[in-house]
Design a protein around this ligand. Structure first.
Ligand SMILES: Cc1cc2nc3c(=O)[nH]c(=O)nc-3n(C[C@H](O)[C@H](O)[C@H](O)COP(=O)(O)OP(=O)(O)OC[C@H]3O[C@@H](n4cnc5c(N)ncnc54)[C@H](O)[C@@H]3O)c2cc1C
Length: 395
């Protein structure tokens, strides 16, 4: 949606396909980081955006075996918007979609499920999509796979991913929140348990982390046992957990980390999770996908006005974005292998605060460094793509 907005703004005839009828799904990640807020600012969208209901988080605390430590302080980043905005992603996407309506070259097709690619020799020349009106063929100079971790576009193009793996999955549910419940604590780790809570105003959005493949075992112990485990990890959910009335209220989200070596074919580029699936660690995946979109528009929008860039020019996006992606995945892998896996090991041994977290907690300026890495990231992107209205190409 962000890339569609940027290309529409640059006057490039662009079609965004979304297979669902709306953006109302709960599994997307709701953290809008300062890097994305900065992009919204550069696009002149920030005032309207921040009027949407959201919560702001500046200090990130983690709780290890009952001891709270400060992991990051966004107030020390020097960012123009030094907070994470927690906003349901459907609000963010609907906002961009509405804002994009002012660009005639941008068309958003909902309920358009890309099922195959159109080929012209060895060149990708568009997509075939299922719509309620039947299949449609959309010819394009450039096709961009932004279709997430299970990318159909990537699969149809025969592009391979290198699986790195993640030791956990996530159970995602809502629990009621009283207005007086205020918590800075973001992640809680207890022996054998881990949980993250997001303040969504009237409820807590909860992510209960389990060892990979253990969902059936968790279910087999029964809903009461699950609810008790949740309350033992986050006592503030004692009354709110009653909102989880059956397993239908709990969604299993599988976590993956992977990346493609090659992001392109002639006429095709993949970005975001389609090119590099991010785990939830750090809540950075959405923001990395937005940064990919900004970089893609910066590097390709002007060229697209003259037709499809050649594959080497398309590959400039990978050359620009691979390093930040690898650095971020490296952080996620270190956290998942050294902190999350250790916490999820069964047993009752006391959970110690990791050395790294103790050092960051003790040295406040380090909390600015960790915050900068999470909130702004490596090699942050700024909007440099043109804001023109001449359209001569189709993406
Ligand atoms: C459990 C979990 C929690 C997470 N929490 C966070 C978090 O809090 N913060 C954060 O920043 N990141 C989080 N992430 C990571 C984040 O979800 C991803 O990195 C991010 O969503 C990637 O954005 P994307 O636009 O590339 O893909 P997606 O967000 O997956 O978007 C892909 C879109 O393409 C559509 N689509 C798919 N296939 C087709 C098709 N064939 N035709 C048409 N449309 C199609 C989908 O419906 C979807 O709208 C989390 C990940 C997991 C697994």
């Amino acid at each position: 949606m962000m890339l569609g907005y940027l290309l529409g703004r640059a006057g490039i005839e662009t079609v965004v396909l979304e297979k669902h009828p709306d953006f109302f799904r709960d599994f997307r990640g709701d953290t809008v980081h300062p890097s994305t807020l900065q992009v919204m600012d550069e696009l002149g969208l920030i005032d309207g955006f921040l009027k949407l209901p959201h919560q702001q988080l500046q200090k990130m605390d983690g709780q290890f075996g009952g001891r709270s430590v400060r992991i990051a302080d966004l107030g020390r980043t020097g960012a123009k918007y030094p907070f994470i905005a927690f906003m349901p992603q459907w609000d963010f996407l609907n906002f961009l979609r509405e804002a994009g309506k002012r660009f005639p070259p941008l068309k958003v097709m909902m309920q358009a499920d890309a099922t195959d690619l159109i080929w012209s020799g060895d060149r990708v020349a568009g997509v075939i999509a299922d719509t309620p009106e039947g299949p449609v063929r959309i010819q394009a100079d450039l096709t961009i796979g932004c279709d997430g971790r299970h990318s159909t576009v990537r699969q149809c193009a025969g592009l391979k991913v290198e699986e790195i793996g993640a030791p956990m999955d996530v159970l995602w549910f809502r629990a009621g929140r009283r207005p007086d419940e205020i918590e800075n604590v973001f992640a809680r780790l207890e022996p054998g348990k881990m949980m993250v809570t997001f303040d969504r105003g009237t409820y807590w959005q909860c992510a209960y982390v389990i060892a990979k493949g253990q969902y059936d075992a968790v279910k087999a112990r029964g809903l009461d046992a699950f609810q008790s485990d949740v309350v033992a990890t986050a006592p503030m959910l004692r009354s709110g957990i009653a909102d989880v009335k059956s397993w239908d209220d709990v969604k299993l989200l599988t976590v993956a980390i992977n990346r493609m070596k090659r992001w392109t074919r002639p006429g095709l580029l993949c970005i975001g999770d389609a090119a590099h699936a991010m785990s939830p660690v750090g809540g950075v995946g959405v923001n990395l996908a937005v940064q990919d979109a900004v970089a893609t528009a910066n590097l390709l929008a002007a060229k697209l006005a003259k037709g499809c860039p050649d594959e080497n020019e398309l590959d400039a996006v990978r050359r620009r974005r691979e390093f930040p992606m690898r650095m971020t995945q490296a952080m996620q892998i270190v956290v998942q292998n050294n902190i999350i896996s250790v916490a999820l090991e069964p047993g009752d041994r006391p959970l110690r605060v990791p050395l790294f977290a103790r050092i960051v907690n003790a040295v406040p300026w380090l909390q600015g460094l960790t915050a900068r890495f999470l909130a702004i990231g490596v090699r942050s992107e700024h909007v440099r793509s043109p804001a023109a209205s001449t359209a001569s190409s189709r993406a």
